[in-house]
Design a protein around this ligand. Structure first.
Ligand code: FES
Length: 355
């Protein structure tokens, strides 16, 4: 068989290509001065004329769909087997949550393999004959509908979905299993974090450490109008649980003229106008970072919740439902700022409600 002879089983695709080559093209006339050059001649792919190449493509597609199924199984196994608090070292990023890493990799691989399998199938085995379809009225005539159905059946035949059972079955398996990833994730809707957000690393006597310099903060370092971010002493950036702890314990330190503090408890919990508030927004937990020293307002960049640090961290604008928790502080004999205990209420999003 010469390289241009086409096996009998491949005749439909090849015939369609030949039909295409013989279609009529519009010629130039007065109304249409430029002739339609038409589509270039159709070229058969190796899979159209060589059944062994077609089978290789079939196996490749089936392999991709199979890998997708295995990745989905890996996703579910990771979800069940890996603890939510387990960490893993990943170069060059450092320590990261092992469960998130495993779920991301396996789900990504499962979806990628389905996509790659479908693309490879379309590029190598489905018909690649280009078809020109003229515009027509929106409502289809009965004969058009009949033609659509006929075209659909022809397309199904040309896609070889009925003939290539290995591809069809593995694809159906992969598509059926991917939604399982979403179902097992429902477990994360509960249980509530209960006590986990009610405690942070702050305790009586813990020094406030400047997050920029890593040095303990002295009361004399905090100027009126400045904003300083602080964390508890003993917490180091390379600690495995640094991200988890700083997400609860991060503080904003500002100094306000005591006369300008409107809330009585806030004044009592401050030191000479130095107040310490949670940096974690009570809406959905973004870190707050924008301070307007004239008004003592801080703004959360995520959804613009605005809190008044001169009035008990009260919400004055935006979707946040609760005031920012304040940390009670004092100063030790050496002039360093230190906590007088943990926060009196949970920090962060207000899912827990008070009661
Ligand atoms: S997280 Fe701060 S306003 Fe939404």
């Amino acid at each position: 068989m010469s390289s241009h002879e086409i096996p009998e089983e491949n005749l439909p695709a090849a015939q369609a290509a030949d039909d295409h080559e013989h279609r009529s093209v519009a010629v130039a006339d007065e109304k249409h001065p430029f002739a339609d050059p038409g589509l270039p001649p159709h070229e058969h792919r190796i899979q159209d004329i060589d059944e062994r190449a077609a089978r290789r493509s079939e196996r490749t597609v089936a392999l991709l769909f199979t890998v997708s199924m295995l990745a989905t199984i890996g996703f579910i196994a990771s979800f069940v087997a890996i603890g939510v608090d387990e960490n893993v070292y990943v170069w060059p990023f450092g320590h990261t949550n092992a469960l998130n890493m495993a779920l991301g990799l396996t789900l990504g691989l499962a979806l990628f393999c389905i996509g790659a399998g479908a693309v490879h199938w379309a590029r190598t085995l489905m018909s690649d004959v280009e078809i020109a379809d003229e515009r027509h009225a929106i409502e289809a005539a009965p004969e058009v509908k009949a033609k659509v159905m006929a075209d659909f059946k022809q397309g199904a035949g040309e896609s070889q979905i009925g003939r290539r059972k290995l591809i069809r079955n593995t694809m159906l398996g992969a598509l059926a299993m991917v939604p399982l990833s979403g179902i097992v994730l429902l477990r994360d809707l509960g249980p509530l974090p209960e006590e986990k957000l009610r405690h942070t690393l702050w305790s009586k006597g813990k020094l406030l450490v400047n997050m920029n310099t890593n040095e303990p903060l002295k009361a004399s370092d905090v100027a009126v109008g400045s904003l300083t971010f602080a964390m508890p002493e003993g917490l180091e950036e390379h600690d495995e649980d640094f991200q988890k702890e700083i997400a609860k314990a991060a503080l904003m330190i500002v100094r306000i003229q005591p006369d300008n503090i409107k809330d009585k408890q806030e004044l009592e919990w401050s030191h000479e106008g130095i107040v310490a508030y949670s940096k974690i927004c009570t809406h959905v937990g973004c870190p707050i970072s924008l301070y307007e020293q004239q008004t003592h307002h801080v703004l959360c960049p995520c959804h613009q919740s605005t809190f008044d640090l001169s009035d008990g961290g009260r919400v004055i604008f935006g979707p946040a439902g609760h005031a920012l928790p304040q940390l009670r502080i004092t100063v030790n004999d050496e002039g360093y700022l230190e906590a007088l205990g943990d926060f009196a209420e949970p920090v962060g999003p207000a899912f827990w409600e008070r009661g």
